[in-house]
Design a protein around this ligand. Sequence first.
Ligand SMILES: NC(=O)C1=CN([C@@H]2O[C@H](COP(=O)(O)OP(=O)(O)OC[C@H]3O[C@@H](n4cnc5c(N)ncnc54)[C@H](O)[C@@H]3O)[C@@H](O)[C@H]2O)[C@H](O)CC1
Ligand SMILES: [K+]
Length: 479
Amino acid sequence: MQGIWTTERIRAAEDRLLAVTPDGELMRRAAFGLAVHAAEMLAEHTGSVSGRRVTLLVGSGNNGGDALWAGAFLRRRNVAVSAILLKPERAHGAGLAALKRSGGKVVSVEDGPQWIRRADLVLDGIVGISARGPLRADAAALLEHVSSPVLAVDLPSGVDPDTGAVDGPAVVADRTVTFGALKPVHALAPASCGEIALVDIGLSLSDPDLRRLDTADVAAAWPVPGPGDDKYSQGVVGVAAGSATYPGAAVLAAGAAALATSGLVRYAGHAADVVRGRWPEVVATGSVTDAGRVQAWVVGPGIGTGNEGRDVLRFVLGRGVPVCADADATTIIARSPDVLDARDPDTPLVLTPHAGEFERLMGSPPGADRVAAARSAARKYDAVVLLKGHCTVVAAPDGRALVNTPRGSWLATAGSGDVLSGLVGALLAAGLDPWLAAGAAAHVHSLAGSLAADGAPTSASGILAAVPAALRSLLSPAS
Ligand SMILES: NC(=O)C1=CN([C@@H]2O[C@H](COP(=O)(O)OP(=O)(O)OC[C@H]3O[C@@H](n4cnc5c(N)ncnc54)[C@H](O)[C@@H]3O)[C@@H](O)[C@H]2O)[C@H](O)CC1
Ligand SMILES: [K+]
């Protein structure tokens, strides 16, 4: 799993390292890495490096200092470098001196636009981990003239480093070169960061604040049948979803559970005939009380929020096995939290709210800091909370949190959540740690979404149909 640290932790680690490193050495290490990526981008976009033009947007802190030093290094490759100093009197002294010594130009903010328009590459050194609030107006005004590729220094300016929230004008980078370790912005605002490159500057950090699952983590966690397995050994998952009026949610959730692992799927509800007709391998019954033993339940999609839905949820919560409560079940819990009294305290619960359901559960929307929001809901309900969004956040009651960096926005389609809940349930039945089960399911769900979309809008049925291909790409990449 990839570690992600808050800016506070990063700054503390940088300060510790600065104390034992020759003055300016860290910055030169960072800037050299930056210059290598800038040269790579020039070659990629223009076919050459020498003679090309790079314009630096230079803020008043060390982020600007990185950009100035990188400009000095680029001068060695005969790149024409111009620096626009947003606050000339507060520009990084050593960096500015290095740029001037190397023959780089310093231009005024007033003349900035023309130097931006003629650039082959713009380096965003406006602000880094010390960013506070929306991008200042003078910096924002310069962005309007950018038409070349952009390389962000450490992180794209105008994006909140710790939440990835964008509140106003902000840099949209083609590539972001960050130093030492990933910050939350790199996982929470992928569209603003572009391709992310990490330059090692010798920072040492432990106990990440956040994590991101790599493909290898998901592949290692995903249950794959072995010689000794049978239809029960991979876990039996119960799916309590849908109704005679709305059988679709049941078909999608049961189907996802059936495709996710080799375990047995039991469906329970009023859509039994439709589910049986679509998924003959699913053992379908008309009621949860007739469903038989399972190792985990998925409950909620399409069950309705009335008395009958509440009774189904109460029954499932009382079975003493992990439960993934989604959709209508989330609304029932929000309206009548006492339904959770039926739950054995040791029974793991996974809640999968979208922003609206989160607001019902918590009384207010997730807000800008979605990791903090998911963590607060996880503590309040003593449950793993998978907070859906462009970047899905999964928080556990013990504070663990992971971010699933999306592959596009193809999942925002009706029924997509039903597919996700089926995937979560199958992994819970297979015995995965609930937090990991939710994270792995979200990872495969977004992979299936991008395969199904293949660049054009898709539907929940398309996402469901792409689950096997997503799993194949994960579990047997060579195929
Ligand atoms: N410590 C090191 O040797 C290394 C630092 N690295 C780079 O340093 C930055 C962090 O630098 P810092 O001086 O703390 O602050 P910033 O440059 O991020 O910002 C300072 C400056 O920016 C202005 N500002 C704040 N908010 C905004 C805003 N919303 N819009 C515009 N301007 C803003 C404010 O005036 C501040 O004074 C880090 O990101 C790295 O790039 C490297 O890691 C190498 C080692
Ligand atoms: K920046």
